[in-house]
Structure formats: structure tokens, C-alpha cells
Write a protein that binds this ligand. Sequence first.
Ligand SMILES: *[C@@H]1O[C@H](CO)[C@@H](O)[C@H](O)[C@H]1NC(C)=O
Ligand SMILES: *[C@@H]1O[C@H](CO)[C@@H](O)[C@H](O)[C@H]1NC(C)=O
Length: 299
Amino acid sequence: MAFEVSIAMSMASLLLVLSCGTAMVGPGSSANFDELFRPSWALDHFIYQGDLLELKLDNHSGAGFESKSKYLFGKVTAQIKLVEGDSAGTVTAFYMSSDGPAHNEFDFEFLGNVTGEPYLLQTNVYVNGVGNREERLNLWFDPTKGFHSYSILWNQRQVLFLVDETPIRVHTNLEHKGIPFPKDQAMGVYSSIWNADDWATQGGRVKTDWSHAPFIASYKAFEIDACECPVPTAAVDNVKRCSSSWGKQYWWDKPSLSELTLHQTHQLLWVRAKHLVYDYCTDTARFVVTPVECDNHRR
Ligand SMILES: *[C@@H]1O[C@H](CO)[C@@H](O)[C@H](O)[C@H]1NC(C)=O
Ligand SMILES: *[C@@H]1O[C@H](CO)[C@@H](O)[C@H](O)[C@H]1NC(C)=O
């Protein structure tokens, strides 16, 4: 923890941060929306209610927001409550992404459903512009009834997707096998809600029922505890500053976070056994040749 600098994320302090530093809005110190994010489209579809933010989807528009900064490694969390009742056809996403054609991306995508049927949580990982790594699971709770935390923990060794701190997916660094791992592009943090009734619900068979609009996703308690990279900074400088290699250690590079703990391994096995409904790694109809990283997936 020695090298973390606590930064109150006001505009003034943002301007003072001249290079990558640790933006510390850690456990117990969640931030309000405005400190870390700004709307990226459809400002009139944002509803602010104290510490709560609501994004609205109706037949005119969805809405989305983005982080003010980019980050390289760390942990990003939002508490989200998904669309109640009929959410068929809608998708709410919370994700990290870098820019450009060879971008990297880590996605949580919540696929809505008709009233009483379960939401699906789809995750995906893009490396150098290529995705197609979808996994889908149903959750062990109703994500429309209350707030739950959704986190991405990213370090040099793995990308971990967590739901209420339970790992649901791990994307492991397998560079020693010649498989590229996302670790040199700073990423923004994003969320949006939109109409995706061509594919989202029951394979696109169920369409959005606009008479049930507006569809509302709610957010609170944002936490970003990550290495912040103000733009413009050359990628190579970001990598240098956000790596633990030159006499400083970021907490996410602790050896204990380089792989799952035994407890987390058990949790992940439980999630996969009880809740996984789709895994690209086992989709032999889609992939004639099993994707290279799949051999190493923990089951
Ligand atoms: C959108 O929905 C509202 C309320 O159901 C309806 O009055 C309006 O005509 C719709 N607008 C469009 C562009 O479909
Ligand atoms: C919606 O409900 C159906 C029926 O229970 C289920 O098969 C499907 O996986 C659910 N989720 C989505 C996003 O279609």
C-alpha cells in the first residue's frame, strides 16, 4: 500500500496529476458519479437522485457514461440494480475498453428478459481488437431486486470478473504460451443501456415492449482503485509507470493476487457448475478449432 496516493477526484486535482498515479477511491470510500464519470450520450436520459444515478431507455434513446480518466491495472466496481419487471430486449453494459482498432475490452453485459424470467450476465474479453469470448451465466440472486457489486480486477497476471466479490470468470495471462494478454493499453470505464432486441433476449425472439418503457438501470457507490493515466500519455510511459517493476509495488501486483486463491477457485467452480449456461470454449459448432486459451481454463 506504500505507494498509493489518495486523490480526491476533483477537477483541480485531476489537472495536477501530470502522469500516471494511483487514483485511490478504495473500499469504504466510494465516489459519486461526477467525481469519476461524465455522461457520454443522451444527457436527458440521466436521472440523479442523491447518491443514486439512473439511466433510462425509452423509444427515443438509451444512455451511456464514461470515466473522465483512463486506467492501466487496478480494480473498478459499480453497484448496479438492473431493470425491474419486463426488461426483454434491453442490454445494460458495464465495461472497460481502450481505444482504437486493436483495442482491449472487458465486458459485463446484462441481458434483460420478460417479467419473471432470469436476466443473463454475459462477459466477454477482447484482446487486440478480437472478442468472441462470450460466457453467459444466470445469477444466484435476482439482480433487479437490489444493488449488487460488479467488479473487474486487472493486473499483469489475470483479469478477474467478480460479482459481490465472487469470481465468475478469470482470464489468465498465458503469454508464456505465446498468447497475447491485454497489458499495455490504458482503458476507460463505461456503462450504457440500449435496445438490443435483435439478439439479447432468448436469442432475439422476444422484442422490446415499448409500452413498458422507460427501462431504468440504477447505479451507486462507484469505486476505482487503479493506476490513472491522464491523456495524452504515450502507451510506453503508461506501462512503465503502472508496472510494479521499478521499486514500487501496486497492491494489485501482490503475489497473492497473481492467481485465484484456493477459496476463489472453489467459488469459481461452484459458479461454473451451477450457473454457467454458455461458454465459448465448449461451443464446437462455432469454433472448429478450440480457441487457444481454452485449454487452460479452470473448470
Ligand atoms: C414513444 O412512446 C410513447 C409512449 O408509449 C408514445 O406516445 C410515442 O408515440 C412513442 N414515440 C415513438 C417515436 O415511437
Ligand atoms: C430468459 O428466460 C428464458 C426462459 O427462462 C431463458 O431461457 C433465457 O436464458 C433467459 N435470458 C435471456 C437473456 O434470454
